[in-house]
Ligand binder design. Structure first.
Ligand code: IPM
Ligand code: MG
Length: 355
């Protein structure tokens, strides 16, 4: 029987609760599909700082690199906000991405018909939305040098090299080939030199993908178009900070940030995580929505392990739970038949899979 080694990084806030539900669902799907998971937990974020003094212990990197995939919860919380920058949970996360070389962050925004009323936008605008944001994750202004801070001045540098743009562009075009074959590349080429290079290089790479239609859009316009007519987008290709912002915006088309998964992939190992944060305000109450994490586990099966049937089983079970009206509190006002706890939702999804 195939055995997959999964590193679990539960992290802070609601992280442990939602990971536990994803594990429940993974075990259910493993027993149906005849494979097995062995899990190894690793520390990161505030909890890692509290235990080891470092938000990203070396052991977490080596464990992750030695596994088949990483399933990640969430990190951060107000008690760590005043630490020096390099001790903060977010710094651990950025270093983790860099060390693992996960340069491509895939953030799907898919509107579930069952929750069409949960979005703040009109149903006719969002029905059928299916966007994939492909965000460059280990370059750009998040990592560029020089950067610094004095009492009266703070600065960061947005820098991209040709090589970095080439590899993320290939990812976007390859993903588009499996979807609706459209890539919209987002930049600010009317102002930024780095964006002019971005646009030129994306255009060059597109020559290798004649079956994919490439368009370019300025980031300010893209922010507007996302709420005006989101269905115009298939794959949105972005740099690090533009993708950070636009993927949060795209997530709200779908109603709840508690639904959306993500994958971060590169040359080595993939990291699969919900796009939401650690929600310290509701941690430990058993009310967090575990669906984004369960859907991330499905992406892990699909992209890292090639277990397509198992991934489909999870995705179908999520849809079934939503169509039958089981909701966590964040979605309680949208056609809920029954408001459930975090672990009830996990169990219902696991039961659907086992049946
Ligand atoms: C995200 C988050 C992170 C980012 C933070 C927590 C460093 O907002 O994954 O989108 O900005 O990349
Ligand atoms: Mg973000």
């Amino acid at each position: 029987m195939k055995n997959y080694k999964i590193t679990l990084i539960k992290g802070d806030g609601i992280g442990p609760e939602i990971i536990d539900e994803a594990v429940k669902v993974l075990d259910a799907v493993a027993s149906c599909c005849n494979f097995h998971f062995s899990y190894d937990e690793a520390l990161m974020g505030g909890i890692a700082y509290d235990v080891t003094g470092d938000p990203l212990p070396q052991e977490t990197i080596s464990k992750s690199l030695n596994s088949d995939a990483v399933l990640f919860g969430a990190i951060g919380g107000p008690q760590w906000d005043d630490l020096p920058r390099e001790k903060r949970p977010e710094s651990g996360l950025l270093r983790f991405r860099k060390e693992l070389g996960v340069y491509a962050n895939l953030r799907p925004a898919v509107v579930y018909d069952e929750l069409i009323n949960a979005s703040s936008l009109k149903p006719e605008i969002i029905k059928g939305v299916d966007i994939m944001v492909v965000r460059e994750l280990i370059g750009g202004i998040y990592f560029g040098e020089p950067k610094g801070r004095t009492e009266d001045k703070g600065w960061n540098t947005m820098v991209y090299t040709r090589e970095e743009i080439v590899r993320i562009s290939h990812q976007a075009f390859r993903i588009a080939q499996k979807r609706d074959k459209r890539v919209c590349s987002i930049d600010k080429a009317n102002v930024l030199d780095v964006s002019q290079l971005w646009r030129d290089v994306v255009t060059e790479v597109s020559a290798e993908y004649p079956d994919v239609v490439l368009t370019h859009m300025y980031v300010d316009n893209a922010a507007m178009q996302l709420v005006l007519n989101p269905k115009q987008f298939d794959v949105m290709l972005t740099g690090n900070i533009f993708g950070d912002i636009l993927s949060d915006e795209a997530s709200m088309l779908c109603g709840s940030i508690g639904l959306l998964p993500s994958a971060s992939v590169g040359e080595k190992i993939g990291v699969y995580e919900p796009i939401h944060g650690s929600a310290p305000d509701i941690a430990g109450q058993g009310i967090a929505n575990p669906i984004a994490t369960i859907a991330s586990a499905s992406m892990m099966l699909r992209y890292a392990l090639g277990e397509i049937e198992a991934a489909d089983k999870i995705d179908n079970a999520i849809k079934k739970v939503l169509s039958e009206g089981y909701r966590t509190g964040d979605l309680a006002q949208f056609d809920a038949k029954e408001v459930c706890s975090t672990s009830e939702i996990g169990s219902i999804i696991a039961n659907y899979i086992e049946r």
